[in-house]
Design a protein around this ligand. Structure first.
Ligand SMILES: Cc1ncc(COP(=O)(O)O)c(C=O)c1O
Length: 584
């Protein structure tokens, strides 16, 4: 409230929320030339809008008659956020309260304040369906799409109900810029507790000693987590090296196109040179990586990617990083669930910094996370800026400062609470069983496709995803992806190296975490392999009749009986599996 423009000595007695509506009574007492019990008639007006009646005891009638002769004097001030005008009616000379010693007057002002309060609050409790039927309807359609379809995008998953509840909670109301115990705003005692618990659980989920590892759970996404690491540890134009995007790396590791266009902020603000997979085998070519790294001398060497179906040789990465004096960073976005469940090698054994998304195999809310080493350095590190003179890591402050205030504002507390819930679940035997099933399902799907003479990059998978090379069938990844989409199967294209080393989008990436979350087992993935094979067959027929170019190809998809028939089968199959969070 701002009473800065109000009359000095004005005392306002107004009703609380629970009180009956207007009229509001004002008793005003003037000092100085006025006696202590002098009252003045006032009108409280909302500018140009409200007409408020003044009851002024004995003089009311007389005042009404003489209204035209009165002069009005306005005082402006604001109350409860509303700009108001205090309208004081002066009585004629002689009858003015200032000139004599009139009796005290009680002023009752009728107002619509309570109505306004109600109006503001009215929509605060409306359900989504009532408040915004349009968005509600679209959301319902999306729910149906998620339920009736087969989700094979390797980076997607279904969160559980508890995570969803936290995401849609009152925690979104709170600002808490800073770190637990050191916030910009007050009122963060509970938020601090939540964030500290989340950090504690994050370290526990990956079996990390809090003396040796720290964690920042505030990044809004993994792209921003990665950029925060670069911002904290590097100077602009310093060098980074990650897996090339067409080889399965992620844009946020510094991608630029063959024509040199810098695509991500990582490549705009830092110099990046990628390493690649061997085009013949599909495995990372570690010898070439070492050769390149020793020439390029990156300050950060990045392992981890988006479309790599095999184990990462972290020991080899460490050797290379040490040889060129680089910080070794792993972006384990895709495999963090497998790492937590100890279903693959752990990057924490070798890396200095580990980032991740929290919503892929990990099955938490959508966001990013950064782990960094702290305490005494356990091994010689060539990069002198990341240890102090006593041989301690100095990553913590730099990374935390980069997240906030350098790159982000207030953390999303609803997300952090949801992440804490996910990390609690990650520590359970049920989660371990889930991740084992994810891998078994990937193996089952790979075997089923290989039995059907499909070609997989690297010949199979060690983790949750596989890359299907469709060039062997003469199909483009884009056409196959489109047919699958029309049949309610979602997956995405990936690059395939040709015999000449040229790259085409001749493949698709297929992941098992999402459908495993819905309860699919190995036999179900046999069925899914059948659907995929059938979709490939349909793609081949349409390509034959309409051509490979997408704009021609799509003409053959409208009212295509094969597609309608496969779509029905897919929907019937998928609808057997409840969607987590809506399983009732
Ligand atoms: C390896 C890797 N890093 C980073 C990201 C980006 O994550 P986000 O969408 O949270 O920015 C992805 C997303 O696909 C990824 O696969």
């Amino acid at each position: 409230m701002d009473f800065s423009n109000a009359q000095p000595g004005l005392s306002l007695g107004f009703n609380t929320h629970a009180s009956p509506p207007s009229p509001i009574t004002f008793e005003t007492k003037f000092r100085g030339s006025l006696s202590s019990n002098t009252s003045v008639p006032f009108q409280l007006l909302e500018q140009n809008e409200e007409k408020i009646r003044v009851e002024n005891g004995d003089h009311q009638e007389e005042e009404e008659e003489e209204e035209e002769e009165e002069t009005e004097e306005d005082e402006k001030f604001s109350l409860l956020g509303h700009r108001l005008r205090l309208n004081m009616k002066r009585q004629r000379e002689g009858s003015l309260p200032f000139s004599g010693n009139p009796p005290a007057k009680c002023i009752v002002v009728e107002s619509c304040m309570e109505d306004r309060r109600k109006a503001v609050r009215a929509w605060g409790n409306e359900s989504l369906k009532v408040a915004d039927p349009e968005i509600h309807e679209i959301m319902e359609k999306e729910k149906q799409r998620q339920f009736k379809g087969i989700e094979l995008i390797a980076s997607e998953n279904y969160v559980c109900k508890a995570v969803m509840e936290a995401l849609g909670s009152h925690l979104t109301n709170k600002y808490s810029e800073g770190m637990p115990g050191a916030r910009y705003y007050t009122g963060n005692q509970h938020i601090d507790q939540i964030e500290l618990l989340c950090c504690q659980r994050a370290l526990a989920a990956f079996d990390l000693d809090s003396e040796r590892w720290g964690v920042n759970v505030q990044p809004y996404s993994c792209t921003s987590a990665n950029f925060a690491v670069f911002t904290g540890l590097l100077q602009p134009k310093d060098r980074i090296m990650g897996l090339d995007s067409p080889s399965g790396g992620h844009l946020s590791h510094g991608y630029y196109t063959p024509s040199g266009k810098k695509v991500s902020a990582a490549s705009i603000f830092f110099e990046s040179l990628p390493y690649k997979v061997n085009p013949q085998t599909g495995y990372i070519d570690y010898d070439k990586l070492e050769e390149k790294a020793l020439d390029f001398r990156p300050k950060i060497l990045i392992c981890g990617g988006s479309s790599y179906p095999r184990e990462w040789d972290y020991a080899r990465f460490r050797q290379v990083a040490d040889k060129c004096g680089a910080v070794l960073m792993c972006d384990m976005a895709h495999i963090s669930g497998l790492v937590a469940a100890k279903e693959c090698a752990s990057p924490f054994d070798y890396c200095d910094v580990v980032t991740s998304t929290t919503h892929k195999s990990l099955r938490g809310p959508r966001g990013g996370i950064i782990f960094y080493r702290k305490g005494t350095k356990s091994r010689k590190q060539g990069f002198p800026t990341h240890g102090d003179s006593n041989g301690h890591y100095d990553l913590e402050e730099k990374i935390n400062f980069a997240v906030f205030p350098s790159l982000q504002g207030g953390p999303h507390n609803n997300h952090i609470a949801a992440l804490a819930i996910a990390f609690k679940q990650v520590a359970t035997p049920e989660y371990k069983a889930y991740m084992q099933q994810v891998k078994r399902n990937a193996q089952a799907l790979a075997s089923a496709l290989l039995r059907r003479k499909c070609r997989l990059v690297t010949g199979g998978t060690d983790n949750h995803l596989l890359l299907w090379d469709l060039t062997a069938f003469g199909l483009t990844g884009k056409n196959f992806e489109k047919v699958c989409e029309m049949c309610q199967i979602t997956l995405n294209i990936c690059a395939i190296f040709g015999d000449t080393g040229a790259i085409s989008h001749g493949g698709v990436r297929i992941g098992t975490p999402a459908m495993t979350s819905r309860g699919c087992l190995e036999a179900d993935f046999e069925t899914i392999a059948d659907f995929l094979y059938r979709a490939a067959h349909i793609t081949g027929l349409v390509q034959r009749d309409y051509g490979k170019q997408l704009k021609d190809f799509v003409k053959g998809l409208q009212n295509n009986k094969d597609i309608l028939e496969l779509r029905n089968r897919v929907e019937m199959f998928a609808s057997q599996f409840a969607m987590p969070g809506f399983d009732s």
